[in-house]
Write a protein that binds this ligand. Structure first.
Ligand SMILES: Cc1ncc(COP(=O)(O)O)c(C=O)c1O
Length: 373
């Protein structure tokens, strides 16, 4: 496994193709929106002060305390300081949690389609990823999950609001997850909640709020998504102390600690940060994109959360989705992500994912091109 060569992800590949063709890049999930000036001025202040040496390895006290207040204010959940770890983006949180909680020979359940950063760290520890398909509505097939989870299963990785579909788990899904944990005492949960503040029709139900699950769960958040600054690679995870102990051991030797200036800048900003403003702004963008595409030949799938809109292109082309995305980028000037890359089986449902974390003009320009097909 250690010699396995992994090429650049489809996200990098599509971004490169978009820039080579001068196409509008709705492929990779990053905003082209301004960052709150108050956050930038907090960061500038910090640069002139003395925050340039290693922060404590769990993360600065100031930022962890600010996160505790923030999670209490926005998700009505009380955490203790030892339950919070600052990470270099959600990606490092996910990698670290998997290295810490999964042993060689064990199994980890993944629900396809899913984000690409889960599988590699599972294989790196010598464990086996078990890919199960979500239902056609992108909600979990609980009968299948109950059948597959056994005493060899160390972890199940869940993601709501979901990338790529934008679907959010229902109350019943969390109840079934809780039943699954009751039935399998060794099982733990890794809940990827990086889109926790981007929900449109109904509120996000966080695992942090579920007393019956949270004692067996690691929950991962991303400041890249919440503060619209993906390039900073800042995030955090929360976990009960029993799971945090092995996680800290891996974290200590992986990064030791995360960028001290960013930590202090974010800590100063968090008390003023209102994620509701971000949510409303994305809700408007989702509505703008959907309205503009109504007259296109694409079928729009539901989008309950995240900043991704999925389209079915069966009425537009009979190409495979990767081929279609290359054609769309080169000939129409809009880059998108093919859905098949989110499936281990690479099965092709003729669907693509668009990112609408863009200024309104970019959304209008892209939709105008898509409506011409
Ligand atoms: C579902 C999901 N998890 C994790 C990440 C990684 O987040 P970060 O950039 O904070 O590492 C992403 C980024 O696109 C994502 O979509």
């Amino acid at each position: 496994m250690k010699n396995r060569v992994v090429g650049p992800s489809i996200f990098s590949e599509m971004s490169r193709l978009a820039s080579a063709c001068g196409a509008i890049n709705l492929a990779q999930g990053f905003p082209n929106l301004p960052i709150d000036y108050r956050l930038l001025s907090n960061l500038k202040e910090v640069l002139d002060e003395n925050h340039h040496q290693y922060a404590p390895y769990q993360g600065s006290m100031h930022l962890r305390e600010a996160i505790i207040q923030f999670v209490d204010r926005t998700q009505n959940t009380q955490l203790s300081i030892d339950e919070v770890l600052i990470t270099a983006g959600a990606t490092q949180g996910i990698f670290t949690a998997i290295q810490a909680l999964v042993n060689s020979g064990e199994e980890v359940v993944l629900l396809d389609p899913c984000y690409d950063c889960y599988e590699y760290p599972i294989m790196l520890v010598g464990a086996k990823p078990i890919h199960l398909s979500l239902n056609n509505d992108f909600l979990p097939d609980w009968n299948l999950i109950f059948d597959v989870v056994s005493d060899k299963t160390a972890l199940i990785i869940i993601n709501s609001p979901h990338n790529p579909s934008g679907i959010m788990w229902r109350e019943e899904d969390y109840q079934r997850l809780s039943d699954l944990l009751d039935k399998n005492p060794q099982l733990k949960v890794l809940s990827d909640e990086v889109y926790e503040f981007l929900f449109y029709e109904k509120p996000h139900l966080s695992v942090r709020n579920r007393s019956e699950i949270k004692n067996r769960a690691v929950v991962v958040s991303s400041f890249g998504k919440s503060l619209q600054a993906t390039g900073w690679k800042m995030g955090y995870l929360t976990a009960p102390e029993s799971l945090m102990r092995p996680i800290l051991a891996v974290h200590q030797y992986l990064v030791f600690s995360v960028n001290s200036v960013m930590q202090e800048g974010i800590a100063r900003y968090l008390p003023n940060f209102n994620p509701e403003e971000v949510r409303i702004s994305y809700l408007q963008k989702r509505n703008l994109l959907r309205k503009a595409l109504e007259k296109s030949k694409f079928s729009l799938l539901p989008c309950e959360g995240t900043y991704f809109q999925s389209l079915d292109f069966k009425r537009v082309s009979d190409q495979g989705d990767e081929e279609f995305c290359r054609w769309l980028t080169q000939e129409i000037g809009v880059a998108a992500i093919p859905y098949s890359v989110f499936y281990e089986s690479k099965e092709d449902h003729q669907k693509i994912r668009l990112c609408f974390a863009k200024d309104n003009q970019t959304i209008m320009d892209a939709t105008e091109r898509l409506c011409k097909i």
